[in-house]
Structures are given as C-alpha cells and as structure tokens.
Design a protein around this ligand. Structure first.
Ligand SMILES: NC(=O)c1ccc[n+]([C@@H]2O[C@H](COP(=O)([O-])OP(=O)(O)OC[C@H]3O[C@@H](n4cnc5c(N)ncnc54)[C@H](O)[C@@H]3O)[C@@H](O)[C@H]2O)c1
Ligand SMILES: [Zn+2]
Ligand SMILES: [Zn+2]
Length: 384
C-alpha cells in the first residue's frame, strides 16, 4: 500500500509499505478515504518530537471504510464509513472512564502523560497513522464512530481533531458571559477555537497571527477582531492597551512549539532544540491575560522543559488549563453542531491533494504557501 514515510527532518516521502494486519482481536483495518495534515504533524516534520523514527507513517486525522475486523470487534462492521478520533483510547482505564480519552493509561506504553496517538512518534505510542491507504485501528470498539448519513466527508474528517480541539480550547477557557478572549494563532485550531468561544458566551474575541490571509479568513469565519503581531512592538502591551490595561479575561494558546515572534525562543526552541520548542505564544498568553485569569493551552509542546514565565503564573494567580482534546467525549455534541449548521468545519479545507503528492503538501502547509489553511490528502481509491 502507499503510505507516508518519514525520512528525517523536513523529509517525507510516499512509498510502498506492507499492509497493516490485525494484531489483536479488538483491532480493525480501515481503508482511508481522507486524511488531513495538522499543525501537530509539523512538530514531527520539523524533527521536534523525540523518538520520531525513520519509516514512520504520520496522520492522526482520518476517515475511511472498515475493511477488516478482529474477532472481538462488535461496534463497527466491515463496510462502515467511520471517523476515527486522533486519540487511541482503551475506554476502560481510570482516565478513559472520566472522559479523559487523550490521557488513556493503557494505549501508550512509552509515556505516562499522554495516551496513544495515531502516527505521532514512539512517544505517542509508536502507532502508524492514516496518511496512507490503510491503517490499523486498535480498540476499535472505542474510537471509530460511524459517520452519520448525509454528513459531508470533509466535515467528518474535521471532527477527528480540529473541531473538538478548537471546542475544547474554548471549553477549558472557562469563558463567562461577556468575557474578552484572546486567541493566539489563526491556524485551523485557532480559527475553530475563536468560532467556538461565541458558543460559550464570549463578549469579544480577538485573534493574533502573522499571516494576513489567515487573519482575513478568521475575521470572516469567526466574526472576530484580528491583529497582525508582526506589526506590533510588543503584543503583550498591545493587548493590555486594547483591554483598558486590564488584560484579557482568558487567553487561548493555539500555536504551540513552532511559534514565531521571539528570536531567543526561535533559536533555543526551534533551531538548536535547547528547549522543547519555542514558547513565545505561551509567554504572550501568560503575560497578557488579566490577573486571576485563565490560560487555555491546546498548542502542543514537547515533553522536555521549556523556558516559561512560571513566576508570573504564580504572582498573577493564574489558572492554566491544557490537554490533548478528548475527541470521543465531545463528538456527540459536535456532530449535532455540524448537522444543525452551527459549525461548518469543511470551510477550513483549502486544498485537496492526492496522497502521492504528500511531500509537496507538507512543504506547502509548513511554509504557509498558496493561502493554505487546511490540506486534506486523498488516496487513489477514494478518487475513483
Ligand atoms: N491539544 C490538541 O489536542 C491539539 C490538537 C490539534 C492541534 N494541536 C496543536 O495546535 C497548534 C495549532 O495547530 P494548527 O493545525 O492550527 O497549526 P498551524 O501551523 O496551521 O497554525 C499555527 C498558527 O500560529 C501562528 N503563530 C506562530 N507564532 C505565533 C505567535 N507567537 N502568536 C500568534 N500566532 C502565532 C502561525 O502563523 C500559524 O498561522 C499546534 O501546536 C498543534 O500541535 C493540539
Ligand atoms: Zn491534528
Ligand atoms: Zn484508557
């Protein structure tokens, strides 16, 4: 089968790999029909995630058709069209029982903080992902969800990560009616987070990024104020200035380890890897939220240390909330929101690209070329 094959930083190739096989009675094999590239894949692509092994297939945002099931799979059957949450979760452990499906204690033997994630290095459990023609889906009675009849596949694939992550960013922010929210990052996740803040009663939503085309998109999509941080001396002072010098009530970090905006952070976090990615957006978030405020972090950072202004967290009495999105917990509500037209995730998909051209797709998404917001890879069998 065709699959993405990681060859080292900034090098992915599409090559032939052996077909995945059922290894456990609760496994399923899914024939992929759509698979997105995510900002999280860029941390892998840029070599910022430890133990990303040559030969790995990335891809944690995919939908497809069940091709084969193990003897103990009863929730889905061969031929079902399913969307598969990016978290791999057992459904039974202490954490899964609390709805913390991103923190499953069983699905990732390589780490204690995060559960398994499709196509996300050996620190994410070592599972191959869905940027391929076929993928093995463990715990198939837990994750895969039959796509409701009539749902557009482009909406369905966005429900595997971007929609729940944006929604959870807003949910964790504890927004009170009328609150001023600042979202750092106008990628797919930040765009969806900004849109979802209104569902929680925000009174004002402000988004910062460096790309005009993304700011333009989010201004229209999420009906929010937008500013380009490249045009500011100091984004923290700017935010204080436009919030009566109080700071925002809540701030969402939808940027993570690839953040731009500080030479020191970029050199130590992205070029020399002396810390686990650049924590620029996190600095700005902590310093621009008002005292007693909440910082909600969905931007991904590496497992090793970051230079973070923890002293200011203490002195300002902040609440930090962060996690991988618990996709399965949020799906029932979000499927309804899509079906009722409250959320329109497929509008974020700007590029449909054959799987065979994945290397070009990565280059384009990574360098933010051609006004790209969200690219989706389509394997040959789904294009017939
Ligand atoms: N927690 C989760 O479950 C989860 C799920 C999906 C993605 N993520 C993470 O969310 C983040 C965003 O993902 P995406 O797909 O939108 O990525 P993306 O790369 O498309 O977007 C990131 C955006 O942040 C902007 N940016 C860079 N530095 C900034 C700064 N200092 N301030 C403000 N904006 C800045 C970039 O210009 C870019 O537009 C990534 O870190 C990704 O790993 C987390
Ligand atoms: Zn993702
Ligand atoms: Zn579990």
């Amino acid at each position: 089968m065709l699959a993405i094959n990681y060859r080292g930083p900034q090098r992915v190739r599409v090559s032939h790999k052996p077909m995945p096989e059922i290894k456990h009675p609760e496994d399923a094999i899914v024939r992929v029909t759509r698979s997105c590239i995510c900002g999280s894949d860029l941390h892998l692509y840029n070599g910022n995630v430890p133990d990303t092994r040559v030969g790995m297939t990335f891809g944690h945002e995919f939908i497809g058709i069940v091709e084969e099931i193990g003897s103990e799979v009863h929730k889905v059957k061969v031929g079902d069209h399913v969307l598969v949450p990016f978290n791999i979760a057992c459904g039974k452990c202490h954490f899964c029982r609390q709805g913390l499906f991103g923190n499953c204690h069983e699905s990732n033997t390589q780490a204690t903080a995060v559960g398994g994630i499709f196509g996300y290095s050996h620190t994410g459990g070592g599972y191959d992902g869905g940027q391929a023609e076929f993928v093995r889906v463990p715990y198939a009675n837990v994750g895969p969800t039959v796509i409701p009849t009539g749902m557009d596949p482009d909406d369905a694939v966005m429900l595997t990560d971007v929609v729940p992550t944006g929604y959870q960013a807003a949910e964790m922010a504890g927004i009170q009616p009328g609150d001023t929210v600042v979202v750092f990052g106008a990628g797919p996740v930040g765009i969806m987070a900004a849109r979802c803040c209104w569902l929680f009663g925000a009174g004002r939503v402000i988004v910062l990024d460096q790309y005009e085309y993304r700011l333009e998109f989010v201004r229209n999509y999420a009906n929010c104020e937008v500013y380009n941080f490249k045009e500011m001396d100091d984004p923290v002072v700017f935010i204080k200035k436009i919030t009566d010098w109080m700071g925002a009530d809540v701030v969402i970090d939808a940027v993570g380890a690839e953040a731009a905006g500080s030479a020191l952070q970029t050199i130590t976090g992205r070029k020399t890897l002396l810390q686990a990615g650049s924590a620029t957006a996190l600095h700005w978030a902590i310093n621009s939220v008002k005292k007693g405020g909440i910082v909600s972090i969905v931007g991904v950072y590496g497992p090793t240390d970051n230079l973070v202004p923890i002293g200011n967290v203490v002195n300002k009495g902040l609440t930090l909330r962060a996690n991988q999105a618990s996709v399965k917990r949020l799906l029932p509500r979000l499927i309804e929101h899509v079906q009722n037209g409250i959320l329109n995730p497929k509008a974020l998909i700007t590029h449909r690209i054959p799987l065979e051209e994945a290397a070009d797709a990565y280059r384009m998404f990574s360098s933010k070329l051609d006004n790209c917001i969200k690219p989706v890879l389509i394997p040959p069998s789904a294009r017939m």
